[in-house]
Design a protein around this ligand. Structure first.
Ligand code: PLP
Length: 425
């Protein structure tokens, strides 16, 4: 192949990806779809520029319009999250976490977080960002039945290990974490209380799930692209008193260029959430509950039935009776239903290649306009594929047909089909 052909092959391959995604049911809980307006500003010349320093006091020239956009993003974020301090520079959720670790701890300090098999993110572990900061990680005692942090045992453990940072938040996150319940123990040992909202930021923005700042956390660290429908990146929200140490940890600490095209997309997504966030977030939670019940009704082992299954965008299913997480995820993919396999709390980490569970997210289906009725249809597809073992081709045709009615992005000012935005589809 010539280099020219390689270059155009990239374009052709992305075109195939867009066609596939636009005919699929996207149910990966850590993903979302941005509106056409977000995509337009993200493809702008901002992608090529640098803007080190603060708006109005940049180290580079050429920033006057970038400054305007950054000020809009910061103002809208403060309003949306009712947060006294906002930092929109982190380029990802992990960079955001590492920045907060850097601001609030020293190498050798202890971090208390959730174990990865209990839903903790890899960046909460010693082999990732926490270890990069030199933190020793102690994990929260976890209640398998409630799928949540065990409050009584955690109070004891906090008193015993005296962590420098207590980190709430997770990548498997059915129910709000006990922030209020553990705040007093944190104060006894002088710990900073941090909340990683990567998965649930869009729910928090829309008034669902929980309100960590009001419940007593010192600092929220997050991504912007899971339930929050922005382009990829990170964000930090905190009490005003921490502004200086966080600013310094982020720049000059861990971020030089802050991906200004994604900053522009964030500003648009913040405006969308201020306008539509409440109805979007409440529909996500309704959809998760409806999907969980519909799967349960069809014979799936959906976790936490006694607690109403979920209060977030997540639904967790134990599929060990249906061939395990790997088989189920691969089968669904063949029929254009995109999900991921997931470890469940009782799985040993050695089961990572074939865990017992699957994790589903309803945020993107919600964003393209699906409601409770559609969740029944989705659950039917799951049953036909995984329990009845119907032909994959047949189900796939029905999935594609269903998706034809959901081509627009809702809860946005510009609802055109985002895949059509690109002239080459
Ligand atoms: C996804 C995730 C992150 C990482 O975000 P990136 O933008 O991928 O770096 C951090 N924390 C939690 C809880 C996550 O789920």
């Amino acid at each position: 192949m010539s280099y020219r052909e390689y270059a155009f092959k990239v374009r052709e391959t992305i075109k195939k990806h867009h066609q596939w995604m636009s005919k699929s049911l996207p149910m990966i809980a850590s993903e979302n779809i941005t509106s056409a307006l977000v995509r337009e500003v993200t493809a702008s010349d901002f992608a090529h520029r640098y803007a080190e320093g603060k708006p109005g006091k940049r180290l580079y020239q050429g920033c006057k319009y970038i400054d305007e956009v950054e000020n809009i993003a910061v103002d809208l974020a403060k309003k949306l999250f009712d947060a006294p301090y906002v930092n929109v520079l982190p380029t990802s959720g992990v960079v955001s976490n590492l920045s907060v670790y850097t601001a609030f701890s020293k190498p050798g300090d202890t971090l208390m977080a959730l174990k990865v098999t209990h839903g903790g993110h890899i960046s909460h572990a010693e082999l990732s960002a926490a270890g990069v900061r030199g933190l020793k990680v102690k994990t929260f005692p976890f209640d398998h039945e409630k799928m949540n942090i065990d409050v009584e045992k955690s109070i004891e453990k906090i008193r015993e290990v005296k962590p420098r940072i207590i980190l709430f938040g997770a990548s498997v996150f059915l129910f709000p974490h006990p922030v209020r319940e553990l705040r007093e123990a944190a104060d006894e040992v002088g710990a900073t209380v941090m909340y990683d909202a990567a998965h649930v930021l869009g729910l928090i923005a829309g008034g669902e799930f929980q309100q960590p700042l009001k419940e007593g956390v010192d600092v929220i660290s997050s991504s912007r692209h899971k339930t929050f429908p922005g382009p990829q990146g990170g964000i930090i929200l905190a009490k005003e008193e921490y502004s200086k140490i966080i600013d310094r940890a982020v720049f000059p600490g861990l971020v030089s260029n802050h991906h200004l095209h994604h900053l522009a997309g964030l500003a648009v997504a913040l405006a969308e959430m201020l306008e539509f966030g409440k109805s979007y977030a409440s529909q996500i939670v309704k959809n998760s509950k409806a999907l969980a019940k519909a799967l349960d009704d069809r014979g799936f082992n959906v976790l936490c039935k006694d607690q109403g299954y979920t209060k977030s965008h997540h639904v967790l299913v134990d599929v060990s009776e249906q061939g395990g997480g790997t088989f189920v995820a691969e089968t669904l993919e063949k029929a254009n239903i995109i999900i991921n396999k997931n470890l469940l709390p009782w799985d040993d980490i050695s089961k990572a290649a074939n865990p017992s569970g699957i994790r589903l997210g309803t945020q993107e289906l919600t964003r393209i306009g699906m409601k409770e009725g559609e969740m029944e249809e989705v659950a039917d597809f799951f049953k036909r594929l995984v329990i009845d073992r119907e032909s994959v081709e047949k189900v796939k045709n029905d999935v594609v047909e269903m998706r034809e009615n959901f081509t627009e992005v809702r809860y946005a000012f510009d609802s055109q089909n985002p895949y059509k935005y690109y002239e080459f589809l």
